[in-house]
Design a protein around this ligand. Structure first.
Ligand SMILES: Nc1ncnc2c1ncn2[C@@H]1O[C@H](COP(=O)(O)OP(=O)(O)O)[C@@H](O)[C@H]1O
Ligand code: SF4
Ligand SMILES: [Mg+2]
Length: 377
């Protein structure tokens, strides 16, 4: 699997409007762990999301990256209110929706849509494309001029499918086409915010770029804000104006695209960038960092800095104090990092090859694509 993901040269991401569409503060989600045979008692909790602060402007795309298990999907499900937050605050267009009831959410339900990772599981196999794509219109009582069927046919065209596919069933389509159906479904109610949770990870590499290109087009031409979740920095790079890097329930670094890719300060961001297949082949003065082991359990996360068990820069302080997410000297406005011993704002600073895990190194040496698939799986 050596195929490169090639993305269209599309215009720069549409600048955010500066008007905050989504505001998230101190957001937490703890899943209870219960034990006992007769009486279920709470014996602990999975701290899946543990105090997030971020915002998304109207029309802006925020990319969210991190390895599997870092709490990205939970964040997406909290934002769309598929999950009830444990603590913190969520505001949409200035309205507090943290604990809004179904009824209270009804007027904005259609404005926030989700695209799921698995285009096989997310489409009902017994429904036709027409009824799948028109379902959100039906649920939200939306009757477009000319009728729902006409609108569905238009949407199929927008997402690159044949409008004649209206009466077909999901099994007649490939993964990429199914994801296009998912995009059409999300667009059917003219959303203002789309949460796309790893929308291309389940697809063939050659198809991934096509679907990312479609989403980019949608974002830029229709001015829809996105929370684009991925485990691969190469995928969100072209898509997002700002990127948030998550590790074990926390944002460890956030900033505009240039800051994150060109002047990352957090060791974890360096490691993720190092693992990402190089999107820009001329630019590789970068050292290779292979992350050892797995993300620790969110049931009992490491004290202080959660990344310390895998960080090559960790010192005693890192176990004692949690580093705050702040703007460091040398970082640009809005570029925040949570690290006691951050990297200098230059990726070329260290030249040595940091090998944290010989097993991963061996895989990597057998081919770049194999390694990136392995490390980001
Ligand atoms: N419903 C749930 N009950 C218990 N634990 C959960 C639940 N959903 C997710 N988790 C746990 O929360 C952590 C974060 O999961 P998730 O948000 O899916 O991460 P990501 O999308 O970054 O891979 C994981 O350890 C996962 O096992
Ligand atoms: S705070 Fe310490 S352990 Fe955490 S990322 Fe920074 S140097 Fe590494
Ligand atoms: Mg996930």
């Amino acid at each position: 699997m050596t195929e490169q993901v090639t993305l269209d040269k599309v215009p720069e991401p549409r600048p955010g409007s500066g008007e905050k569409l989504l505001e998230v503060s101190g957001l937490q989600k703890y899943f209870p762990i219960t034990g006992g045979f007769v009486f279920q008692r709470r014996v602990g909790s999975v701290r899946a999301v543990d105090g997030l602060d971020f915002h998304i402007d109207a029309g802006e795309a925020l990319g969210m990256v991190g390895e599997s298990g870092c709490g990205k999907s939970t964040t997406g499900r909290l934002v769309t209110r598929l999950l009830e937050p444990t603590a913190g605050r969520l505001a949409y267009a200035g309205q507090d929706i943290t604990h809004s009831s179904r009824k209270e959410l009804a007027p904005i339900r259609s404005e926030i849509q989700m695209i799921f990772q698995d285009p096989y599981a997310s489409l009902n196999p017994r429904q036709t494309v027409g009824s799948i794509v028109s379902a959100p219109m039906e649920i939200n009582g939306i009757n477009p001029a000319g009728g729902r069927e006409k609108r569905v046919r238009e949407l199929l065209e927008i997402v690159g499918l044949n409008p004649e596919h209206y009466n077909r069933f999901p099994h007649e389509f490939s993964g990429g086409q199914r994801q296009r159906i998912g995009v059409a479904r999300a667009l059917s109610v003219n959303p203002k915010l789309i949460v796309a949770d790893e929308p291309v990870s389940a697809l063939d590499v050659s198809i991934q770029a096509q679907v990312v290109n479609l989403l980019q087009k949608v974002q830029r031409e229709l001015g829809i804000a996105f929370l684009f979740i991925a485990h691969d920095l190469a995928i969100v790079r072209h898509f997002s104006q700002r990127i948030a890097v998550m590790y074990l329930g926390k944002i460890v670094e956030i900033g505009d695209r240039e800051s994150i890719y060109d002047k990352p300060r957090h060791p974890y961001t360096h490691a993720l960038l190092s693992a990402a297949p190089e999107a820009d082949p001329d630019d590789d003065g970068r050292e290779r960092i292979r992350l050892a082991g797995d993300v620790p359990s969110p049931i009992n996360p490491p004290s202080g800095c959660r990344f310390r068990t895998r960080c090559w820069k960790a010192q005693d302080l890192c176990a004692e104090q949690e580093p705050p997410l702040v703007q460091l000297g040398g970082s640009s406005d809005g570029h925040l990092t949570a690290c006691h011993f951050p990297e200098e704002p230059s990726v070329e600073a260290r030249k040595e090859d940091i090998v944290l895990d010989p097993a991963l190194a061996a895989i990597e040496d057998s081919g770049p694509a194999a390694a990136s698939a392995e490390e980001t799986a």
